[in-house]
Design a protein around this ligand. Structure first.
Ligand code: TRP
Length: 350
């Protein structure tokens, strides 16, 4: 038996749930979200968005949160936040998130979700908060002192998951400490207040290969190595053209020695469903120029229908706002009902 709380334990449960999801989708509620700090890119698409759409279409109850309060965990401005939120809704819709099945909503519009933070914070110690490796890494990257919000946001994230009784959370490995503390909070709440209000959620760990950025590092807007869903075909071509390759003419797949060339091959592989080695062999001695032309074509072909749908939403901001307002409305009902249960469990009924 793997240790409780270990990566192996999470992975084992994740695999069990994946098998069960197809048989009993009605047992599951998925909650996941993104910080609205920029446009979604291919890394998001292949890493998580595609999986969300799959779960949605399987009949799982799916909810997608645009985590606007998390924007101020490690930065001191909310500049462009409204624009980022609307654009994130457009990206989701273009990728196939269906608002009739999947409410899309923001933190700041759900007061009852945020209110859960108070009882939840009473269930964890400062030492537990300090131990979270993701928070430590984010603090170091921010170059700022640790703020109260950065230290406690994993508990706020527990509110996100638990207010709608989410029991499956598709996330990357960096988020596993947050799922673990969410399980702890749920368990302690139920024990302390003697009521089974909250489920203990599980992570769904993605087994998709991580799509690298064009330079071989993690794909990230801040590295300038990402292909956003919202870019034009020309912008995409330009970004790929400018990506770093190396002096070797013959194209081969070798992530360690040739990160630039290999990242391009993986990008094309994901977009075409072919393997990197097959593409490398086909291009062979034609060199980096031919590789880049092939990658550009495959990315632009793959994104064409997504971009076409996106244009429709770009031209209909009123609809985009409606989607968000409706998501906020539905999730407020859910949050208020849960907060009522919490108040009842705590005897705070007046
Ligand atoms: N912390 C997540 C990220 O940075 C975003 C997020 C906010 C989230 N609330 C969540 C993810 C709840 C899963 C569940 O990507």
């Amino acid at each position: 038996m793997p240790n409780v709380g270990s990566f192996e334990a999470s992975l084992e449960r994740s695999n069990e749930i994946k098998a069960d999801l197809a048989i009993h989708p009605e047992k599951y509620t998925m909650l996941t979200g993104d910080r609205p700090t920029g446009r979604l890119h291919l890394g998001h698409y292949f890493g998580t968005i595609r999986e969300r759409v799959r779960l949605q279409n399987m009949g799982v109850a799916t909810r997608v949160l645009i985590a606007d309060y998390q924007v101020i965990t490690d930065r001191d401005t909310t500049a462009n936040i409204q624009d980022n939120v609307y654009n994130m809704v457009m990206d989701y819709l273009a990728c196939g998130i269906d608002p009739a099945k999947t409410p899309i909503y923001v933190h700041s519009a759900i007061p009852a979700c945020n209110q859960l933070l108070l009882p939840f914070l009473s269930l964890v110690t400062e030492a537990e908060l300090q131990r979270n490796p993701t928070v430590k890494a984010e603090m170091e990257a921010s170059g700022h002192a640790l703020t109260g919000l950065l230290l406690t946001y994993p508990i706020h994230q527990a509110c996100d998951i638990l207010f709608c009784k989410g029991n499956v959370v598709p996330v990357g490995k960096d988020q596993l400490p947050h799922i673990e503390i969410t399980r702890t909070v749920a368990r302690r709440f139920n024990e302390r207040f003697g009521a089974r209000v909250f489920p203990e959620p599980d992570a769904l760990i993605s087994d998709a290969i991580e799509i690298p950025g064009l330079d071989g590092r993690k794909m990230s807007k801040s590295y300038g190595n990402a292909i956003s869903l919202s870019m034009t075909a020309e912008e995409t071509a330009k970004r790929i053209r400018k990506s770093q390759t190396d002096g070797e003419r013959r194209i081969t797949f070798d992530k360690e020695r040739r990160p630039g060339v290999s990242a391009l091959l993986t990008t094309a592989a994901l977009c075409t469903g072919r393997s990197e080695v097959e593409i490398a062999e086909e291009i062979g001695d034609a060199g980096a120029g031919a590789l880049k032309a092939y990658v550009t074509q495959s990315v632009n072909d793959f994104l064409a229908p997504i971009r076409e749908r996106r244009h429709q939403f770009e031209n209909d901001l009123a609809y985009v706002k409606d989607v968000l307002h409706e998501g906020n409305r539905v999730m407020n009902e859910v949050a208020n009902a849960t907060l009522d249960e919490v108040r009842a469990a705590m005897g705070m009924v007046y």
